[in-house]
Design a protein around this ligand. Structure first.
Ligand code: SF4
Ligand code: SF4
Length: 133
């Protein structure tokens, strides 16, 4: 197999995700998958992000919406329990925050440079429902 740079890839080139066949990949944990050297899993995109999602375990109900909707498979979940965010691959799109149903949300976007502990200390209170229409 020949490895070339992205600017040398020609029409019809096949980029394999894995270096060997994987059956039922959804059941194989990300860290156990035989990624091909061409797979973007091997590359960090953390430097692209200027805002990041911070996860608050105290509020999360493990609904898995964030895991389902994340376009970069950057929500880490094990046995249907939300664990956190893969900051090496998260691009800061905010979709996980949009779909999180809790009140307040269990994921919120913060400045990339703000330490997570500080973000957690600033978490908003539960919003009361207004009776006004
Ligand atoms: S911000 Fe976007 S890429 Fe990052 S974990 Fe949320 S949905 Fe995934
Ligand atoms: S969407 Fe929100 S409540 Fe649901 S698992 Fe993700 S962080 Fe937890």
């Amino acid at each position: 197999m020949e490895y070339v740079g992205w600017d040398k890839v020609t029409t019809g080139t096949i980029i394999e995700s894995f270096s060997e066949p994987v059956e039922n990949v959804a059941y194989v944990r990300p860290e156990e998958r035989p990624y091909s050297p061409m797979n973007s899993h091997e590359a960090s995109v953390a430097s692209w992000r200027f805002i990041k999602p911070v996860y608050n375990r105290d509020i999360c109900i493990d609904c898995q919406f964030c895991w389902v909707y994340c376009p970069d498979t950057s929500i880490i979940s094990r046995d249907k329990k939300m664990i956190g965010v893969d900051y090496e691959h998260c691009k800061g799109c905010g979709i996980c925050v949009e779909v999180c149903p809790t009140n307040p949300k269990s994921l919120l976007m913060f400045d990339e440079n703000k330490p997570n502990e500080e973000a957690l200390s600033e978490w908003p209170e539960k919003k009361k429902k207004s009776k006004d229409k």
